[in-house]
Design a protein around this ligand. Structure first.
Ligand code: ATP
Ligand code: MG
Ligand code: MG
Ligand code: MG
Length: 574
């Protein structure tokens, strides 16, 4: 039952047209008249007011293939990209909607028919699982959905109840929401990271969520007393199915990145970065598979295995480039421009992360602006508007690449140096048995991972009081990370901050580079150094007006742009 990505999109819409749904075009990635939302993050966004009863349409059933970006706000998958097989920053969400028309029974029956009917997707029922909402203080357990799934033919032992974190869907802090029921596909034990045969739902890689059926029943508002749920005028249906994930299932591969939606982009990224690998499966999932295939080739060759590991890293970079090229192309096409705040900042961050991965593969020249043409070639059938705008998009991307190259020319080697120095100092400390238990304990409490500023401050205090104990290793802390049980070198936050200050290297860039090298970034230390610097600047610059933050982008404040505004040449701000 192989189907191309294009075919799946079309079949989905055709199926629901057959059930009296109106085919509605995707809305823009930039939400119209919705200040609560950074980017369109789900198919229901364009129908928000219809769900709330504030707007009427001349249809009560709709189906869409919606462009979505999840790179900020409540739904943020930016950090997942390249590391999971199922997350993208830009993806297409297939959805069917009922505005006070049908409810749970039909929503469940339609979804099951499309997925399993031999006339449609024909997916093996024995590979599917469904989940229902387990209930909480405000909303009761969804017994009804469970009963309807059983009536549809799903055995009870394939239905699992889940907490609100997974099975109570909300668009953001406010807006339409409700309990949901999700459908998962079992990719098989070969998809598992560890090779262990674990039952549903205990394997994130193996059991992939493909479709979320949301039973829209409430409008969520936030009052001074806390969140409040008001029933919607009419119970409604909102569903979302990731096109790339269904393509993965129907094309019989283990990763979205191995589908026809991505392989041409990954191949083009390999070309543009001159990447060559020993494995020629360009969409290959991360290391275990690649490594084991290398082992098969030559059981005892460490060089081959090393090559395979470096291949695996290279493939991760190619996936990131392919993903980010799609996101950048569509964001610019919808009117977003790189900027230092808000939406434009997220776009800038995406572009720069893509560029950085090109550099990791050795490509220092601009290449992302070429990627956008590959995106157009793959997507123009569904999104003809790309044909006209692609020249403008490429120009904007190229300008961003050139600007970034200027910043990097002065700073990227310093980041590499800082990382390798931290690593070497750490190894040397271990070798000399120079590890202070007091320090480890203090640092556990300080907990970089929880970014606990108060504890961090007291840790700094401690290090001042017991310098003999701490000084030797102060700049390369040990940290015991509970999940990993493996101490790793920590890159000093204040050292990272001085690179940011001196060269204007963005914090995200530094954080990414540290993470890729397998070290820990002392982010609280970075923030502390920044706070101190800002306090100094305020003290020496009285009377200026304080630029107030736009409440719209509160979620962005943590990641506010820190590139050019901090770039200094000969001590002067540029
Ligand atoms: P996950 O738990 O895998 O992160 P989700 O529960 O956040 O997914 P929903 O908000 O329920 O996702 O969105 C509906 C559907 O959209 C999902 O079932 C999935 O198929 C798809 N989807 C969600 N996020 C992504 C993403 N980042 N990339 C690709 N597809 C996605
Ligand atoms: Mg998610
Ligand atoms: Mg989920
Ligand atoms: Mg979900």
């Amino acid at each position: 039952n192989y189907r191309s990505g294009t075919q799946i999109r079309e079949d989905f819409l055709r199926f629901f047209e057959g059930k009296q749904h109106r085919r509605v075009h995707s809305s823009s990635l930039v939400p119209q008249n919705d200040p609560t939302l950074l980017f369109t993050n789900a198919g229901m966004n364009q129908f928000k007011d219809v769900f709330l009863g504030a707007e009427r349409r001349d249809y009560s059933r709709a189906a869409t293939s919606q462009k979505c970006v999840r790179a900020g706000g409540k739904h943020n998958d930016l950090e997942n990209v390249g590391f999971t097989r199922r997350h993208h920053t830009f993806f297409e969400m297939l959805g069917n909607f009922s505005f006070g028309d049908y409810f749970k029974r039909e929503a469940i029956a339609y979804a099951w028919e499309l997925l399993t009917s031999p006339d449609w997707f024909g997916i093996d029922k024995n590979r599917l699982y469904v989940t229902i909402f387990e209930g909480d203080q405000q909303v009761s357990r969804d017994d009804e959905a469970e009963r309807l799934w059983i009536e549809t033919g799903v055995p009870k032992n394939r239905i699992f109840e889940m907490p609100g974190k997974d099975n109570f869907w909300q668009m953001g802090e406010t807006g339409p929401c409700g309990p949901c029921s999700e459908i998962f596909y079992d990719l098989g034990v070969e998809a598992s990271e560890t090779g262990e045969d674990k039952p549903f739902p205990h394997d994130d890689q193996r059991y992939v969520e493909i479709w979320n059926l949301v039973f829209m029943q409430f409008d969520r508002t936030v009052t001074p007393e806390g969140p409040h749920l008001t029933p919607l005028p009419e119970p409604s249906i909102d569903t979302g199915m990731g096109l790339e994930r269904v393509a993965c299932v129907l094309q019989g591969v283990l990763s979205n990145y191995q589908t026809d939606l991505f392989t041409p982009l990954i191949a083009r990224a390999a070309e543009l970065t001159n990447f060559t690998a020993i494995s020629n499966d360009l969409g290959a999932p991360p290391s275990p598979t690649v490594v084991s295939s290398a082992k098969v080739g030559s059981p005892n060759s460490p060089t081959l295995i090393e090559a395979a590991v470096s291949d695996a890293k290279g493939f991760a970079s190619l996936r990131i480039i392919a993903d980010h090229a799609r996101a950048a192309t569509f964001l610019i096409s919808d009117g977003v421009q790189p900027a230092n705040e808000g939406r434009g900042y997220v776009l800038r961050k995406i572009l720069r992360r893509g560029i950085r991965h090109g550099r990791l593969l050795g490509q220092e020249k601009p290449f992302m602006h070429e990627m956008v043409y590959a995106v157009r070639d793959e997507m123009q059938t569904a999104y003809p508007e790309l044909v006209e705008s692609i020249g403008r998009i490429a120009k904007i991307v190229l300008a961003e690449e050139e600007q970034f190259a200027r910043v990097m020319a002065s700073g990227s080697l310093r980041v590499d140096d800082l990382i390798s120095q931290s690593q070497q100092r750490w190894l040397a400390d271990i070798e000399q048995g120079n590890r202070s238990n007091a320090l480890i304990d203090a640092y556990k409490t300080a907990s970089i991972q929880q970014a606990n500023f108060k504890d961090r401050k007291s840790f700094d205090q401690l290090s001042r009081e017991n310098p003999q104990d701490v000084a030797a290793v102060y700049e390369s802390y040990y940290l015991v990370i509970p999940e990993v049980h493996m101490p790793r070198a920590v890159v000093s936050g204040s050292a990272a901050f001085s690179l940011y200050e001196t060269y204007g290297i963005p914090k995200d860039y530094i954080a990414d580079a540290i993470r890729d090298a397998g070290l820990i970034f002392d982010e609280p230390g970075f923030e502390l150094a920044k706070e101190e610097e800002q306090a100094r600047a305020r003290a020496s610059w009285k009377g200026g007006s304080q630029k107030s933050a736009n409440p719209l982008y509160q979620d962005l404040q943590k990641t506010e742009f820190e590139g050019y505004s901090a770039l200094r040449v000969d001590g002067a701000r540029v």
